[in-house]
Design a binder for this molecule. Structure first.
Ligand SMILES: N[C@@H](CCC(=O)N[C@@H](CS)C(=O)NCC(=O)O)C(=O)O
Length: 222
């Protein structure tokens, strides 16, 4: 039997989503770590990931790129521990959360990241980004309701996996979750899980990353 390989970087949010799904589904896999300061442009890697991104899942000779496609593949191939609800409405809610995270929340987080690390922040863009993040949080808070997890109530889904590695970062970017107590409790619930704990980047790596970001964002001297 071939063992799945996950090409990843420990600081990559997208890689972490796949890593968490593999752990939650109790699938055997190997990690292949890439440094994103050049490894991703090596011809061997470009041959399996033409857009030079992690994550990549290798199942023998079959290579999958794009986080959501990888998660769909794992769900289809390893249904024993299901991370998607059966019910049509619950399943669609879980899918909506994944797509809103990737298409609405993630782009809105970019200006906040710039500002947090001392980059030049266009006040108009920043204001727009903050409003967009607030809209996402209100939407998520409403959909979560009194359930422990998105879509299926009391069992974790891919919606939790995808949104649950982004939303907990927001306070670091200056967005308080105080107005969203259900989401705050959901973040605490996820952060306490083994899969979240095991995939958390070490404090040293996070500090090194922050220092690197601050350096990158420094205004250039002319
Ligand atoms: N749409 C892709 C995006 C993947 C992505 O942006 N990966 C980042 C790390 S989170 C990366 O590999 N960056 C390095 C590069 O693009 O050269 C997905 O969902 O998997």
């Amino acid at each position: 039997m071939t063992v799945l390989k996950l090409y990843h970087n420990p600081l990559s949010t997208n890689s972490r989503r796949v890593w968490i799904a593999l752990l939650e589904k109790e699938i055997e896999f190997e990690l292949v770590a890439l440094k994103l300061n050049g490894d991703q442009f090596q011809p061997n890697f470009l041959a399996i990931s033409p857009f030079h991104h992690v994550p990549v899942l290798a199942d023998g000779d079959f290579h999958v790129i794009e986080t959501l496609a990888i998660l769909d593949y794992l769900e289809a191939k390893y249904p024993a521990i299901a991370l998607m609800p059966e019910n049509a409405q619950e399943r669609t809610i879980a899918r909506m959360i994944q797509m809103v995270t990737v298409n609405e929340l993630t782009p809105a987080m970019s200006p906040l990241v710039r500002q947090t690390f001392g980059g030049e922040a266009d006040p108009e863009k920043l204001e727009k980004a903050q409003q967009q993040v607030a809209t996402v949080l209100r939407f998520f808070e409403g959909l979560l309701g009194d359930n422990s997890f998105f879509g299926k109530g009391d069992r974790i889904t891919l919606a939790d996996v995808v949104a649950g590695v982004s939303v907990p970062w927001l306070p670091e970017l200056g967005v308080s979750l105080d107005e969203y107590p259900k989401l705050q409790a959901w973040c605490d619930r996820l952060n306490a899980r083994d899969s979240w704990q095991k995939t958390q980047a070490s404090p040293e790596l996070v500090e090194a990353f922050k220092a690197q970001m601050k350096q990158l964002m420094k205004p250039q001297q002319s």
